[in-house]
Design a protein around this ligand. Structure first.
Ligand code: NDP
Ligand code: MG
Length: 397
């Protein structure tokens, strides 16, 4: 059979490089069609030399030119495209079978939609795209005849616990339980969270990840986004999505069935497992991950998510219950909050304050939620609002 052709959006990131690691174990099965990056030219050039993709994408003319020069010096014929439409082009190209969506943030929404509308096999790591796009995203998947495969470890776990036939899901599920590690501050005195530095927030106990999701894991906003993501992926009510803290990150999530039988997916915390599953589904291929050694596991423990320590988690259910478009606003506020925190313009504990205030203050026009252009305009408006609040708060200190 012909090899599966893949475009990797965000190939220089944590998920992007893990994806290439899995692909490298199966040269007979996969070939790379396109790779894309945003700032890391040298890394993308090195990936192109190894993988020899047909196309590569950088965001601006200047960065694209830098990449072209590096590739030409190496005698490589990869064509370099630039600009936002280039991402949509490589996501929907007729010769592409699968798209790994591993861009961070709402910036990934349009390329995801392009892949969905073109009926691709869409491997979704970029949870923000689904949180922003919501019902319109799921509609595009359905209308385009795309196959949406979750890469987020919790959602892959749920997906692995469900039958292949989607129409059976609703009859089987009572609710799902997403596990959360609790991040680096699970047992830190909540009174000291104002002093957290970006380096401390990015030092996750169980996973090595990009900076945005690392901060999200420390605030639990990552789990909040995952609650919203699960609501759409599995067509559940917000009440059917629950969260428990499980510090060891061995159980990656659970399905509680109608008969109260609980199905769980376990493994070492290694993103190559859900990536390999997305690539090979419904089959399974070698991922490179270590075998779980039960005899050396000390214990698996569980605790409720403390609302005073992790107030951000509850914004997910709040946003899902509020006007349509509220999850778009929440995501936009959080992207501004995390960027401001990493730039040391916002304290760690102010991330939640900014998200809550933006969600409470911004009113949404009904017309903004009926199209993707409308949602992205709402996203832009929420960002402007959140940035203005950051400016106001900075003026005060
Ligand atoms: P990284 O920050 O490591 O990588 C992000 C990738 O996207 C890089 O290739 C980056 O390019 C590119 N990129 C960044 N901004 C833009 C933009 N505005 N337009 C186009 N490309 C852009 O992130 P992760 O790999 O950690 O995460 C990617 C997604 O996967 C996120 O949505 C995250 O929530 C999700 N995810 C990640 C997990 C993990 O373990 N890391 C686990 C579960 C989900 P460059 O490097 O050149 O700047
Ligand atoms: Mg996750």
């Amino acid at each position: 059979a012909r090899r599966q052709r893949i475009s990797i959006l965000g190939s220089t990131g944590s998920i992007g490089t893990s994806t290439l690691d899995v692909l490298s174990r199966h040269p007979e099965r996969f070939e790379v069609f396109a790779l894309t990056a945003h700032s890391r030219v040298d890394e993308l050039a090195a990936q192109c030399l190894t993988w020899r993709p047909r196309l590569a994408v950088m965001p601006t003319a200047e960065l694209a030119q830098q990449l072209r020069e590096r590739l030409r010096a190496a005698g490589l014929h990869t064509e370099v495209l630039e600009g936002p439409s280039a991402l949509e082009h490589v996501a929907s190209h007729p010769e592409v079978d699968s798209v790994m969506a591993a861009i961070v943030g709402a910036a990934g929404l349009r390329p995801c939609l392009a892949a969905a509308r073109a009926g691709k096999r869409l491997l979704l790591a970029n949870k923000e795209a689904l949180v922003v796009g919501g019902a319109l995203f799921m509609q595009a998947v359905q209308q385009g005849g795309a196959t949406l495969l979750p890469i987020d470890s919790e959602h892959s776990a749920i997906f692995q616990c469900l039958p292949e036939e989607r129409s059976a899901w609703a009859r089987r599920i009572d609710h799902i339980v997403l596990t959360a590690s609790g991040g680096p501050f699970r047992s830190r005195d909540p009174g000291t969270l104002a002093d957290v530095t970006p380096a401390q927030a990015c030092a996750h106990p169980n996973w090595t990840m990009g900076r945005k999701i690392s901060v999200d894991s420390a605030t639990m906003m990552n789990k909040a986004l995952e609650v919203i993501e699960a609501r759409w992926l599995f067509d559940l009510t917000p009440q059917q999505v629950r969260v428990v803290i499980h510090p060891q990150s061995i159980i990656h999530s659970m399905v509680v069935c109608r008969d109260r039988s609980v199905l769980a997916q376990l493994g070492t915390p290694d993103m190559r497992v859900p990536i390999a599953y997305g690539l090979s589904w419904p089959e399974r291929i070698e991922s490179g991950a270590q075998t779980l050694d039960f005899c050396s596991l000390s214990s698996l423990t569980f605790e409720p998510a403390d609302a005073t320590r992790f107030p951000g988690l509850h914004l997910s259910w709040q946003a899902l219950a509020a006007a349509e478009g509220s999850t778009t606003v929440l995501n936009a506020a959080n992207e501004v909050a995390v960027a401001s925190f990493l730039a040391e313009r916002l304290r760690f504990d102010q991330i939640h304050a900014l998200n809550a205030e933006t969600l409470a203050c911004l009113s949404i026009d009904a017309g903004e939620v009926t199209s993707v252009d409308g949602l992205l305009a709402l996203d832009e408006r929420a960002r402007a609002h959140a940035r203005e609040i950051v400016g106001r708060w900075q003026g005060r200190v």
